[in-house]
Design a protein around this ligand. Sequence first.
Ligand code: GLA
Ligand code: ZN
Length: 676
Amino acid sequence: MSSAPRTSKIPYGGDYNPEQWPEEVWDADHRLFTQAGIDTLTVGVFAWSLLQSALDTYDFTPLDRILDRAVAEGRQVVLATGTAALPPWLAKAYPEVNRTDFEGRRHRYGSRHNFCPSSPVYRELSTALARRLAERYAGCPALIAWHINNEYGGACYCELCAEAFRDWLRAHHGTLDALNDAWWTTFWSHRYTDWAEIEPPSALTEHWRGPDHTAFQGITLDYHRFMTDALLGCFLAEKAAIREHSADTPVTTNFMGLFRPLDYHRWAPHLDFASWDSYPPLDAPPTVAALAHDLMRGLKDGAPFWLMEQTPSTTACRDVNPLRRPGELRLASWQAVAHGADAVLYFQMRASRGASEKYHGAVIGHAGRADTRVFGEVAALGAELTGAGALTLGARTPSRTALLFDWDSWWALEISDGPSRLVKYTDVVHRYYRAARAAGADVDVVPVTADLSAYDVVMAPVLHLVKGDLADRLEAVAARGGTVLTTFLSGRGDTHDRAFLTDVPGPLAPLLGIRVDEWDSRPAGVTNGVLLPDGTRAEGSLVFEIVVPQGAVPLAAYEADFYAGTPAITRHRRGRNGGEGWYVATHLDQAGTDWVVRQVLARHGLIGPYAAHTTIETANRLTPDGRRLLFLLNHTGQQAELEVQEPATSLLTGEHLKQGDPLTLDPYGVAVLLAG
Ligand code: GLA
Ligand code: ZN
């Protein structure tokens, strides 16, 4: 269940740190906010040391003034608990709150996002702060949401974490026998006879060339799961403290999209609504941000999420930090809304004067001017979002295509010794996602536990681990006439990454009608041609599986090497309702992937009406009262000429459009068409 904040329009604004400035500056800030249509401020994200200067010394007056001012100005507030950056006194007095890194070094005070999740002192003091904030501000009329901590992530390897890991293992495996079996410890003489013998997998223990090179995949997988749960424990403790005083205000924490260290699916049930910070590299194709939006929307069963942060212009943390080109901010913002964002927020409202983010883009720069390009674009977008009112709020995405996303498979694939270190989970996933999006299909990116009954097409690229009843649920998709598409390196391991003692791809083999006999990994740059049925030639790379059909029909074969002529793509009819299981046995290039995905989508009539316009992204949303919105996004610097496919009203221009009318999209232009 999702319970998002109730607002009358798309909340617009972002991270605001007035505590860094004298109050005269606040006057200017609020004037500029009004000018830019900014109605929502996220405050207190890094305010711990200001609010608590010693163990028993709290002073909330700075925050009182900030919130009083927000109320007086009629702004909405997202209040952060401020527990992501430790105050120096705390780290000094209690060294246990500082993390121990992968190399076993206990860190000292510095930076942020680096508290030990198992430290009782951290737990006690972070929840105490959250509790006091909730007690004091639960009734604040500006408050619309709680923002716990900030961008949780990373891992700790200290003794407290080791002890907590052992407890986690006891709870999850029950007995040492079960654990020994799960981790396959008879290999290399690892049979544990006491829980105390178990060490966190680090550079000092199981790992030999960094975090992805482990002697035992089972322990490393479990450590990822444990760390996810340990940090989640911090979130839950703060949330419980908030709930003592603030019963209903929705609670979130800002995620980071495709962030490998934390399995956000384990967190999702505990958030009232999902939110995330989008900082795509500027040269990334637009589907990179879109994939993350769709993953975030998938956290709460398709309910809208919030875009909690994006930069209005430039980042600061990269080696080279390009500007968002004129129009790109508007485009990225509407793209987020198109994919289910019900808020558009920035980091940051006013540029910090010093420290590491002084060059980070901000709505208001150091000079405080309103006549900058960035401020102008922010204000223009603010006016547009005000104009859109409540129409998009709560709208859902009517997808009939699902893409399974699985952190366990991601981890297992990338910590595996063999077949290839070059296969990157999200690269493969993105390739299939991009193909479906370019064909105009809306895609739900969902966990492997999701209800699949609403989907015609289920794509499961590099589904390395097959857990629980998933194979049966995929069979059920085909049994009712749907199509399942998966790829090389799928169906390789169980929940503990132990190989199945059957033909590859394990429990998926009957659905796909194949067995994989061998697999050949080749260096980057080595390709093998794959002639497609339409006469075009695609290329495979990285891994070439040698497939023996067991009922499946080969659709395309490798051109070269000793396995020339064996199938690279297969299709298997399954059941009496026309269902199919498709398999791609190599890392096909984008053109080949596009061909496969379009074949599958076409079977179900899921190719979109604008699919021929390869640089135009389309996305649909259905409003709570049943109205259909079509977003058209031009991701190029060239004007695009389209033809309207059905009668609609243009939300941003007010124009009424008939079928067949020309529709011009400016460079980086956006149209939002309300059907009817
Ligand atoms: C993250 C953090 C912010 C800020 C921005 C800069 O999203 O949450 O505090 O550091 O990055 O891009
Ligand atoms: Zn620790």
